[in-house]
Design a protein around this ligand. Sequence first.
Ligand SMILES: Cc1cc2nc3c(=O)[nH]c(=O)nc-3n(C[C@H](O)[C@H](O)[C@H](O)COP(=O)(O)OP(=O)(O)OC[C@H]3O[C@@H](n4cnc5c(N)ncnc54)[C@H](O)[C@@H]3O)c2cc1C
Length: 398
Amino acid sequence: MEALEKFRQETRAWLGENCPPSMRTPMTSEDETVWGGRNAKYANPEAKLWLDRMAERGWTAPTWPKAYGGGGLSKEENQVLQQEMRRIKARPPLSSFGIWMLGPALLEFANEEQKKEHLPRIVRGEIRWCQGYSEPGAGSDLAGLQTKCEDKGDHYLVNGQKIWTSYADKADWIFCLVRTDPTKKHDGISFLLFDMATPGVEARPISMISGASPFCETFFTDVKVPKGNLVGELNKGWTIAKRLLQHEREMISGMGLGGAGSGAGLGGLEQAAKDYYGEQNGRVASPSLRDHITRQKMDGKAFALTMQRSAEEAKAGQGPGAASSIFKYYGTELNKRRFELLLEIMGTKGLGWEGEGFTGDEITVTRSWLRSKGNSIEGGTSEVQLNVVSKRVLSLPD
Ligand SMILES: Cc1cc2nc3c(=O)[nH]c(=O)nc-3n(C[C@H](O)[C@H](O)[C@H](O)COP(=O)(O)OP(=O)(O)OC[C@H]3O[C@@H](n4cnc5c(N)ncnc54)[C@H](O)[C@@H]3O)c2cc1C
């Protein structure tokens, strides 16, 4: 306990000295998110400074082993770090599919050479990754994927198409599910890593309802991949794929706790309600709106505490299990509800797409409301999460 308190004091002092002032302000748009990568651009130089300082300590991936560039922190120390960062409202130094999804899977399934090659570069934000899972005929039924991967002796040859590949046009590398045995379904899938600059890889952006274009159709035509890029055994990629999805779902559930664009710029739900709806005796003027806000806050608090309890109960070193589907389902539905409520509060001010009649914060909320609709689809839909919960958590029959 004393050691943990000492760690808290040291962390507080270090953050105080090293977290630049502008990195302690809420992010008001997705554009401010730092993704790193070979072609990263930093509108604010302090964002790069913050990333480099945190990466040097391994604190972009605090619990990963130091041998691979991580912070080597225990679960308890990491909790302290997160608390101290929240205390000063520090922004995440790096958002990364490498940290949220691929890294934990590599730590569990990759060989030593692969860990040494990829993990430190993820920690430093040098390589940006994308996820090549979904295909036009394989979404919820992911194991139906058809992207063909043939053994050509000294290399693999990949042909096929992925879809909804988030940021494929900006990513440097892809972790990709490929079919290496067409005669078996789950046991014919392998987990492959390759550089997006390899000849034969083409990413075409798709526009979304929110106006953003975060994902792509990704085509592979005779893409040559070194054999050393296969993670785990040939035809055993489905186990890795499922594990990675559990990490992804755990990360997405965190959206239920709020984040960029979730109304921070409007001062939160209650302040927004007072500003847009009116105030009476220091309270939101409408009793029914007060009721909705209180319910939302209570559900949010209960969700945060349940996530915390679940994390504390998990044995050290144990990754997330099927229960991540419970959190993914609830967190994303909660997030959608929060945006519905914010839009209700904002009234006609929530209808702005662009133009002078709306503030930047209002437009951000409206666009984030539209984006939130995707939360309960990406990483597996809500219906699929309910299927997983009934089968793997409640052991109900098919
Ligand atoms: C914002 C966003 C980002 C994404 N990023 C990526 C990415 O980076 N990489 C990637 O590979 N994919 C990505 N995806 C794709 C995502 O994983 C798929 O959209 C998702 O798995 C659903 O697949 P689908 O779109 O093919 O829908 P379908 O599988 O066709 O489902 C259609 C509908 O049928 C329902 N349904 C299907 N099967 C069942 C069942 N057995 N029981 C009950 N209901 C069922 C679904 O719930 C859904 O409502 C992203 C999606 C979104 C929205």
